[in-house]
Design a binder for this molecule. Structure first.
Ligand code: PLP
Length: 423
């Protein structure tokens, strides 16, 4: 057995961590996660932590779930991987049918990939090609929101609008018609005729710091898209699979987009898998002879991986057998009650919540003091794992969170933020 110390030395020597200033990493007392049990993670020293960010917004029904483990094992004894290029397999077929039955009505076609970024890239390229194929060659631009986050590949960075992450790469990306929440009408007036698609995170912009859209806003965008012949892409990579209290966030606005992008929670947080759902109307535009070259020339090698699809099917089955969306309601109320106390603290600017997605914005700290990070590090000592977005503390617990865990979580966060105010 390699000791914690030896593993950390190897980590420092060889591993480059994502979204991480590696000069600070050694000083930040990295944890090595060894195991997961329900909503808890256990580190290499045997210490237990509530996984209050769902291992970066992925875990749905908890870690080490028997049902998911067994589904993956059963598939493992059949075949671990087989391609979707020119072949097909039962887990991908059954999952596509299941997703189509869960998604808003006309979304019946499922295109697989492996991450949220690729799910968005696929939607962008499909929307662009659709416009070309249907006699709108001048619809070449994409509309997107300020502070948008849609992933880290260059296409998804193009539509992203967070200067900290995206400004650096401005010469490598395609130009986008950008709008704030309040100027979306003007955007469509000025650019509606040249837009192929408008892409948006519905109800809440996650990585930007859990920014809420007023109810009715998304419905307005859907109407503007229809009026101007623009395809609507809803990026539910973060919000999908119950995170906002409904299976998909768009349900709360009765919006049915032309594309729905899902990833993070699709496999219950087990394996990388993503899907871009679209309509018969879009699908049919790509049909033709080989010579017409209307084919969608895109696909990732591990697309529709059978193990990941088996995990996703088991994940979705649990929503039904456990009545997850019903059972999370009282826990959501407890979270809200805990957040109401946090809201009263003098160093809290705002608390924003949609279901199990929460942002707590601190106020009064210099931008580079890493105050959000310091609070999260302190919470770790109380057995709660968090990861902030700057000075916004993010709570995004698994949907299997219990009432006691909700109280523990909001209690620890309250104590650590109020300790900071007194310091
Ligand atoms: C995380 C996220 C992505 C990117 O997903 P990856 O799997 O990290 O590529 C895209 N869109 C939204 C809204 C996200 O939260």
């Amino acid at each position: 057995m390699t000791s914690t110390k030896e593993l950390l030395e190897l980590d420092l020597r060889h591993v480059w961590h994502p979204f991480t200033q590696m000069s600070l990493w050694p000083g930040d007392e990295p944890l090595i996660i060894a195991r997961g049990e329900g909503n808890w993670l256990v580190d290499s020293e045997g210490r237990r932590y509530l996984d209050a960010v769902s291992s970066l917004w992925c875990t749905v029904h908890g870690h080490n779930r028997r049902e998911l483990n067994e589904a993956i094992e059963a598939q493992l004894h059949q075949v671990a991987h087989s391609t979707m290029l020119g072949l097909t397999h039962a887990p991908a077929i059954r999952l596509a049918a299941k997703l189509a039955s869960l998604a808003p009505q006309p979304l019946t076609k499922v295109f697989y990939s492996d991450s949220g970024s690729t799910a968005v890239e696929v939607a962008l390229k499909m929307a662009y090609q659709y416009q070309q194929l249907t006699g709108h060659p001048l619809r070449r631009r994409i509309g997107a929101l300020t502070d948008a986050y849609h992933g880290d590949t260059l296409g998804s960075v193009s539509v992203g609008g967070m200067s900290l992450f995206h400004e650096r790469f401005k010469d490598l990306v395609f130009p986008v018609a950008r709008t704030t929440l309040t100027s979306v009408d003007q955007l469509f007036e000025a650019h509606g005729h040249e837009l192929a698609a408008f892409v948006v995170e519905p109800l809440i912009q996650g990585a930007a710091g859990m920014l809420l859209q007023p109810m009715g806003w998304l419905k307005r965008v859907e109407a503007l898209c229809k009026k101007h012949g623009v395809l609507l892409i809803c990026d539910e990579v973060a919000t999908g699979f119950g995170r906002t209290g409904t299976m998909f966030a768009v349900e709360q606005e009765e919006v049915s987009p032309d594309f729905l992008c899902v990833a993070k929670g699709l496999t219950g947080g087990y394996l990388p898998l993503a899907a871009t759902l679209t309509t018969e109307r879009v699908f049919d535009a790509f049909l033709g002879t080989a010579a017409e070259q209307k084919t969608f020339f895109h696909g990732h090698t591990y697309t529709g991986n059978p193990l990941a699809c088996a995990a996703a099917l088991a994940n979705l089955a649990l929503f039904e057998s456990e009545q997850t969306l019903e059972r999370m309601k009282p826990v959501q109320k407890m979270l809200t009650a805990g957040l109401d106390r946090i809201r009263t603290l003098s160093n809290v600017l705002e608390v924003r919540q949609r279901g199990f997605m929460v942002g707590i914005e601190l106020k009064g700290y210099p931008p580079h003091a890493r105050t959000g990070f310091q609070v999260c590090k302190a919470a770790r000592a109380d057995g709660v794992l968090l990861r902030p977005l700057g000075d916004v503390l993010v709570l995004m617990p698994p949907l299997s969170l219990t009432g006691d865990e909700a109280r523990l979580l909001t209690g620890v966060v309250f104590d650590r933020i109020s300790a900071l105010a007194r310091a």
